[in-house]
Design a protein around this ligand. Sequence first.
Ligand code: NAD
Ligand code: UDP
Length: 312
Amino acid sequence: MKRILITGGAGFLGSHLSERLLKEGHEVICLDNFYTGRRSNVINLISNPMFEILRHDICFPLYVEVDEIFNLACPASPIHYQFDPVQTTKTSVHGAINVLGLAKRVKAKIFQASTSEVYGDPLVHPQPESYWGNVNPVGFRSCYDEGKRCAETLFFDYYRQHNLRIKVARIFNTYGPHMHPDDGRVVSNFIMQALQGKSLTVYGDGSQTRSFCYVDDLIDGFIKLMGSSDTLTGPVNLGNPDEFTILELAEKVIKLTKSKSRIIRKTLPEDDPTQRQPDIKLAKKALKWKPTVKLEDGLKETITYFRKLINE
Ligand code: NAD
Ligand code: UDP
């Protein structure tokens, strides 16, 4: 049994990870400032004596005695991370410094939720971990992309300079229950729009691609990476390599919800990556991990979740 700190623990991924770690018999401290996270995501865990919520902003130092840290705190949806870009960079950079400092003091193993955004609008396809990326340093997405890149740098410098045990995961688009209905990401937007009979908003011509991973698969990857040998620092890509255009996704959502909604076009946001697909050879080999949930099956689960949320 370990005592594990999850920053961003009340968010979409953090709440699933909290549940999984409690099931495995660990004690979980869920830290969150509730910027995009919600208490309702962890409501079923609150009565568990092994679960504790800590309201805190990781831009400020903290001290807790823990064995492991999962650093997930950071808004992940473009509309949320662009709402207060300075705070987004601070969360990634000051946040990393604070959690790495904590890990150093208490000798905890520490995991960073990095992102496929470190590859920017990639010129190499699919993206292996060895690719250094094509990132605009001064655009609207830069607060997130460069913040996450700097956090990776800090993780590797703490590893080299202070012998910290680090694990860096580069997460590709993940979806599932507990996503915020107003999150603004494409899967939640399309499902909410389809269920409410509103038009599905495809940005640009919808030919841009993404590869969607169901949350349960991703959490398996987190657990395997955290439990792997100390020599495996990452970065390791975690995502589902099945690639779809955004238009294909819209059509699938309409079909699965049996919605009468139409598809409308909206302006493509600046610096929106044109294609994205993880190369997961490393995760397959080193972690014996690969996603198993097909997009249609994961979407069905997610639709059921949002349908219930709307009817509550
Ligand atoms: P989310 O927005 O649901 O969760 C982020 C959580 O962090 C929220 O609960 C939020 O309130 C909290 N938070 C934000 N700033 C904070 C701060 N300064 N101090 C404390 N808590 C703070 O997003 P998510 O999808 O669960 O993403 C979790 C992590 O995974 C993020 O770091 C994100 O960058 C990374 N990631 C997610 C995806 C994805 O597809 N879901 C892809 C790539 C990377
Ligand atoms: N997108 C869209 N309609 C929406 C929301 C998003 O067409 O209502 C597109 C967006 O332009 C991007 C893709 O879907 O090309 C994925 O967007 P998301 O915000 O989910 O994540 P990203 O991978 O861009 O960070």
